[in-house]
Design a protein around this ligand. Structure first.
Ligand code: ADP
Ligand code: MG
Length: 749
């Protein structure tokens, strides 16, 4: 480590100029910044604003990005008026006129391709820097002056071993770009980081054993990441990010740092998963071939092969004594409910209760009916728990749940969380879009945990699934049941309106039904309202905040003017639960032609004959929400038609979002696009900052590296759950330092 006798009088060093200092090593990792060469107390104070206090901080102060100066232009490629960079040697330089206010400095810069002239007016001091035989990189916009190209007041840098404006030594061409703070110049940071890396990099302890680095590089290459050889050592990495000798070296260094950051995170998640496995207990439910058959016989259709595969995954997991914690993601209409029903019936067949929670009462009732049909002639007893029950009904239901007289309990989330079960074996949560920290159902003292199955139609981008959901298993339904009609999506302009309404009338004449969705007014509808849903404890409450002016007006207009001969009905959250239910029921029974509604129909509503949808103010909806809405009309054999109108022009982001929506029918692609457009912070919600922020890796960009890090972390923890191996000590330290408190990891002792 940088340890030296003659660097001790550091207070002296600070008052000296860098060049007067003895050769390295003159500082160590813990040296305070003000004692580093060329820093001093004033600069150290400014650097503090960047979080830099000690030499070590500088070593790990990574560039935001790197600049790759464009290749220099040749003389024959110069064009009048187009910016260019030219590198050459000064072969002639002259202060043509010294007259104050009229001085002119001119020089000739020459390389193999020819020569150009540079001129500066009223800057006589340039003559001192741009001297004969110096190499210089100039950039600016040239113009032809006679036969010669001329740059007036170009930007310039002196290059190659010479000292430039900032006194910076330059040999490489790739320049790191650091976050700056007032009073600190880019070149000062470059000089400092480079100096510190030169002196200290070799002393940094390597935490990733060579074997891991070699293995990681191989796996990364297989995953399509461009790295050669093994991942570089930490010493090489630190030197190369601050002063890259080549693009390849820089890439390797970056990949190593990104991999390490993600690997440490994934090790933490794998450790937590492994420690939970030892602690939690759930009832094991064996799924025999006979039970499987008996359940499947009840469905009026063959399962898709995706549904079969997912059912097998779930059955295998519920057969263990460790609680399943599984996220089932599948695009709208992919048939998630069937999978949920299978899992619930498996629980009941094993003598346990199961519950299915939905975000809205409309959806809870729909599930209740579906289950009622499927289980009509069975002994399974189903209960419904939702806000519109009378007090007496509610009390009776709760008693039956507690005594075990009900097997399946369907209800709205807020209500079910709070009740007492007789023997809950499985908890299914439908339409969970926000990936918030999930509430757990109340458990009896000393009770075992139930299995959890969370269903979402808003697929989680791969990167998020691998981080926020580090300890959740994923099942995915990609395939949709056969024979589904396609949905056509149109982005409309206002002048289409009449023609579109004609089209709607025609479809209705053919026997189909239609939705018209109006946005809420004065409300941020782009963000869906699950946040609020989670906070309110009465399931009817969130809908009450709806401003229904817009939907009311739309309803009256459509009923009276546009579709006077059709049966038009209104549905919104402010209506009481009974009316809502009644309207929904009549729509499902085909007694309503046009249902004008707010986004209460957004999730899960399943009416196969409804195939036409109009979305008004579509620019005010988020992508996930739009896709959910579209899902309402892709549930039967008939083709679906969706027309989206916007409020005025819409912002550029809104247009971008709608364009993506029009072009993509695949919920998975849309989720990735949404993630790109909105960024992860938004996607995860504010409560999601459970994991340490990433400093170098970018979940969006580095998803391949993340995948490799995850797999390698899992393998490593499978083999050595506490990372006890001696060569892993450094890595283990990092894992614990960064994640122990956040993830509640013991320190293994
Ligand atoms: P989502 O995944 O959006 O919750 P649902 O479970 O509501 O989808 O299923 C959508 C529709 O597809 C329902 O009407 C359901 O009965 C039907 N369905 C589900 N699985 C199949 C299948 N294997 N074959 C035919 N229809 C199916
Ligand atoms: Mg559903």
């Amino acid at each position: 480590m940088a340890e030296s006798e003659d660097s001790k009088p550091q207070s002296l060093a600070s008052s000296q100029k860098a060049s007067d200092l003895p050769p390295s090593p003159e500082f160590e990792t813990s040296t305070a910044l003000q004692f580093l060469p060329g820093v001093g107390p004033a600069r150290a104070e400014k650097l503090r604003k960047l979080g830099l206090r000690k030499a070590q901080d500088v070593l790990f102060f990574f560039p935001r990005e790197h600049q790759f100066p464009p290749p220099p232009t040749k003389v024959e490629d110069l064009k009048e008026g187009s910016p260019a960079t030219f590198i050459g040697k000064i072969t002639d330089a002259e202060l043509v006129s010294r007259t104050p206010g009229k001085s002119l400095f001119a020089a000739i810069v020459e390389n193999d391709s020819g020569a150009v002239r540079i001129v500066f007016f009223n800057q006589p001091f340039r003559a001192e820097q741009l001297t004969l035989d110096r190499r210089v990189r100039i950039s600016g916009t040239p113009k032809l002056a006679g036969l010669r190209w001329e740059f007036t007041h170009p930007k310039y840098e002196l290059i190659e071993g010479d000292v430039d404006e900032g006194g910076e030594e330059r040999n490489g061409e790739i320049l790191p770009v650091y976050p700056l703070t007032e009073g600190i110049k880019e070149y000062e940071l470059r000089r400092l980081t480079r100096r510190v890396a030169d002196v200290l990099a070799d002393g940094v302890k390597e935490v990733m054993p060579g074997e891991i680095r070699t293995h990681a590089a191989r796996r990364l290459r297989e995953a399509g990441v461009a790295v050669e050889g093994a991942l570089p050592s930490i010493a090489t990495t630190l030197r190369d990010v601050h002063n890259p000798p080549s693009e390849e070296a820089l890439t390797a260094a970056r990949v190593r740092l990104i991999f390490q950051e993600l690997f440490v995170m994934q090790l933490a998640l794998a450790m937590r998963r492994s420690s939970l496995t030892g602690r939690l207990q759930a009832p094991a439910m064996t799924c025999t071939a006979q039970i499987r058959q008996r359940i499947l016989r009840r469905f009026p259709f063959e399962l898709t092969s995706d549904q079969n595969r997912v059912i097998d995954e779930i059955a295998a997991e519920m057969g263990r004594q460790f609680p399943m914690n599984r996220l089932l993601q599948g695009d709208v209409g992919s048939g998630k409910t069937v999978v949920a029903i299978f899992a619930m019936m498996l629980a009941v067949a094993s003598g346990h209760q199961a519950t299915l929670m939905a975000p809205t009462e409309v959806l809870a009732r729909q599930h209740y009916q579906t289950l009622g049909k499927i289980l009509a002639d069975s002994r399974v007893r189903i209960g419904l728990l939702c806000g519109s029950l009378s007090t007496a009904q509610r009390r009776e239901t709760l008693e039956k749940i507690a005594s075990g007289e009900l097997d399946l309990i369907i209800g709205t989330q807020a209500l079910v969380y709070d009740i007492e079960f007789h023997s809950l074996g499985l908890c299914v949560i439908d339409e969970q879009h926000k990936f918030g920290v999930r509430q757990r159902v109340r458990l009896r003292e000393g009770g075992v945990d139930p299995h959890y199955l969370v269903m979402s139609a808003t697929p989680i981008p791969r990167s998020v699934a691998m981080t926020q959901f580090g300890d959740v298993d994923l099942s995915t339904l990609r395939e949709k049941p056969a024979g589904r009609g396609e949905v056509h999506t149109y982005l409309a302009v206002d002048s289409w309106r009449d023609r579109w309404w004609d089209f709607v009338r025609q479809r209705i004449a053919e026997g189909r039904q239609a939705y018209v969705v109006a946005p809420r007014v004065g409300d941020d509808v782009v963000e869906d309202n699950n946040d609020r849903r989670e906070e309110k404890d009465d399931d009817a409450a969130p809908d009450e905040s709806e401003d229904v002016t817009s939907v009311n007006r739309t309803f009256e207009h459509l009923r009276d003017r546009v579709f006077p001969k059709l049966r038009v009905e209104l549905l919104h959250g402010r209506m009481n639960a009974e009316t809502k239910q009644e309207v929904m029921q009549r729509f499902a029974d085909g007694e309503v032609d046009v249902l004008v509604s707010t986004t209460v129909i957004e999730v899960g509503v399943d009416v196969a004959n409804a195939t036409v949808m109009t979305i008004l103010g579509g620019n005010r909806f988020g992508l996930a929400q739009l896709h959910q809405l579209r899902g309402r009309i892709s549930r039967g054999v008939h083709a679906g038609f969706l027309c989206v109108f916007t409020d005025g022009e819409g912002s550029p982001e809104e247009s971008e979002r709608l364009k993506v929506f029009e072009q993509t029918n695949d919920g998975f692609e849309l989720a990735e696009a949404d993630f790109r457009l909105r960024g992860p912070g938004d996607m995860l919600g504010k409560k999601q900052s459970g994991l340490a922020p990433l400093r170098i890796a970018d979940l969006n960009r580095d998803v391949e590296i993340l995948q490799v890090a995850r797999e390698m972390a899992q393998d490593l923890i499978d083999e050595d759950p506490q990372m006890d191996a001696e060569e892993l000590a450094g890595l283990r330290d990092q894992v614990l330092r960064r994640y122990a408190s956040r993830l509640d990891l013991g320190d293994g002792a």
